[in-house]
Design a protein around this ligand. Structure first.
Ligand SMILES: [Fe+2]
Length: 323
């Protein structure tokens, strides 16, 4: 067996989302997701889930079109950061250092994956300090008295024309492990579920249905964590009552076993409230391969996947209609 060792990257986040409706998006994440505004700077609003250890995990930035600005990746140390920067530079995908970036995050290195999605690699970060200590010394914040209150940013799913190229970059250059993937009949990859932790899905690439027509660098969804399935169901009730667009009602994914609720925030980005999911303890756990016939069964309980789940992403791409 080849030598296995701890990865240089500790976890993903925070994430920046672009929104053409900044106030409505802030209202959604505070009132429908239970996040709090940590601070504001320029055209951006920084929000935190109640158990985020960092000051913030979501940055909403006003922009003409929805989509992902960047996703942060924190390394275990400055040495780990330098090691990965050298590998990214060698791959020709570095975009340079940022000395004074987002509040609370130290020196950061910008890069892109082969698809063009932006990432920010950093080591040092300010931790959130509770304004008033509570008896829960091991909880980073204080849960709000809201019906829906996500704890933290959990995982990211981004779209790509060539999933294999992104997977190879993530495993070969960034040091991710691939826990599960979809292999299509034509030999291409439909999706790859990657992680640097025991959580079965942290960074997910799935195929952009419109890549051949020019779609590029799109976001599929950003997922936010709650501890129970019941909280996902409660979120669905509250979203419906408040006219949030529910795209995919609560159910369970077969891949990675995550429980989900999907909807679109007012800016157009797909957002997930998630819980559960497989944890991988074995250092030599084999990658799970899903085939087209497996996927034809639908989600975990054989309920069909809604059509837009395979086509919608942000920025929104309108394929040319055939005459
Ligand atoms: Fe997800």
């Amino acid at each position: 067996m080849s030598e296995l060792r701890a990865p240089d990257i500790a976890h993903l986040g925070p994430i920046e989302l672009f929104t053409p409706k900044p106030q409505e998006s802030v209202d959604f994440f505070t009132e429908m997701m239970g996040m709090e505004v940590e601070h504001r700077h320029g055209q951006s609003v920084y929000l935190r889930g109640w158990d985020d250890y960092q000051r913030w995990s979501l940055k909403l930035t006003e922009a003409a079109r929805a989509g992902m600005g960047y996703c942060g990746l924190r390394t275990w140390s400055d040495e780990a950061l330098e090691r990965r920067v050298a590998l990214i530079e060698a791959a020709g995908l570095g975009r340079g250092w940022e000395d004074s970036g987002d509040d609370g995050i130290g020196r950061a290195f910008h890069f892109q994956d082969p698809e063009g999605h932006r990432f920010k690699l950093y080591s040092e970060v300010e931790r959130y300090v509770k304004p008033v200590p509570t008896d829960f010394k091991n909880v980073h914040g204080k849960q709000p008295n809201r019906a829906v209150a996500v704890k933290r940013f959990d995982h990211l799913n981004i779209l790509a024309g060539d999933v294999r190229a992104q997977r190879d970059f993530a495993t070969g250059v960034l040091g991710y492990r691939e826990y599960e993937r979809i292999e299509l009949n034509d030999g291409t990859l439909g999706g790859s579920w990657l992680s640097v932790t025991i959580a079965a899905h942290e960074l997910i690439y799935t195929r952009d249905a419109y890549a051949a027509e020019g779609a590029h660098g799109r976001l599929h969804h950003a997922a936010f964590w709650v501890d129970t399935r019941e909280e996902c169901l409660r979120a669905a009730d509250i979203w419906i009552e408040n006219e949030v667009y529910v795209e995919f009602a609560p159910s369970k994914h077969n891949v990675a076993q995550g429980f989900f609720l999907y909807g679109y925030e007012p800016g157009g980005n797909r957002v997930e409230v998630t819980s559960g999911g497989r944890l991988v303890y074995a250092p030599d756990e084999p990658c799970v391969i899903w085939t087209e016939s497996d996927r034809a069964k639908g989600q975990a309980w054989h309920n069909p996947t809604v059509h837009t789940f395979h086509t919608y992403g942000t920025p929104v791409f309108e394929p040319r209609q055939s005459a």
